[in-house]
Design a protein around this ligand. Structure first.
Ligand SMILES: [Zn+2]
Length: 254
């Protein structure tokens, strides 16, 4: 699907640089590592396993482009913490401690090269607790670093939230698949089928902050929460560009 993406004027991505080029960019003031993290997990009947990794990777590149030449992105984490999706065939999950060690090893490597600022671009909600714990430990061990993370969905959702009509949404839904259409169209099934509705659950969010461990199969038959048939490319654009605006402002003077 689609034309080749062009990056204007440029986005620094580690996988396209030689070590000598990278060394020279560091010497010239490049000092912020953008680390995209995703998952390999089911996205209902309408998305491939790469929805999270694809969105995170391209979002990080777009942010690197906005922040050029201050920031560079590193290769995406294609695996994430997804035990709640393992009921659905094909989902591949890391244990939280594996994910934390992977992230730690990548940041330790960057630290050795002199990078002191890290920002994680998260495309999968299941990674969130492990991200927070890992960054807390890193700050304890390296007080001289700046490190943070954000989900770009949370950062840009208000661009479209009022237009969403599904009673329940949150996974492989019109929100997520709109972003996928804009950022990673190769992960969207062209013939989008059967809207998904959250089945009733007796352990869903209630009046009190009580947390239950739940598999997605307890909430939805086809793996989605929300209705991807309502996804729109322009919704994806509006959410992503708003999130990019906010992060650019936050990070450009870090
Ligand atoms: Zn997802």
């Amino acid at each position: 699907m689609g034309e080749e993406i062009r990056w204007e004027p440029r986005a620094l991505t580690l996988d396209r640089l030689s070590w000598e080029e990278f060394r020279d960019y560091l010497a010239d003031g490049t000092d912020l590592a953008l680390i995209p993290v995703g998952s390999t997990e089911q996205h209902g009947p309408n998305g491939s396993f790469a929805v999270d990794a694809g969105r995170a990777e391209i979002f990080a590149r777009k942010l690197a482009e906005r922040l050029y030449p201050k920031a560079f992105s590193v290769p995406v984490f294609s695996y994430g913490v997804s035990p709640h999706h393992l009921h659905f065939p094909g989902t591949l999950s890391l244990r939280p401690e594996t994910f934390m060690m992977l992230l730690r090893d990548v940041i330790d490597s960057l630290y050795q090269h002199g990078v002191r600022k890290y920002f994680i671009i998260n495309g999968h909600g299941g990674n969130a607790p492990a991200l927070t714990l890992t960054l807390g430990e890193l700050k304890r061990d390296y007080p001289d670093i700046k490190a943070g993370w954000a989900s770009f969905t949370a950062l840009g959702l208000d661009a479209v939230r009022d237009q969403v009509t599904s009673r329940v949404y949150g996974h492989a839904c019109e929100i997520e698949m709109s972003q996928a259409m804009y950022l990673a169209p190769w992960t969207v099934k062209e013939a989008r089928s059967a809207g998904a509705v959250c089945a009733s659950t007796n352990k869903g969010p209630g009046a009190f902050p009580i947390h239950w461990a739940q598999g997605f199969e307890e909430m939805t038959e086809n793996g989605a929460l929300g209705d991807a048939r309502n996804a729109r490319w322009d919704w994806g654009r509006d959410m992503v560009e708003l999130a990019l605006d906010r992060l650019t402002e936050e990070l450009e003077n870090l």
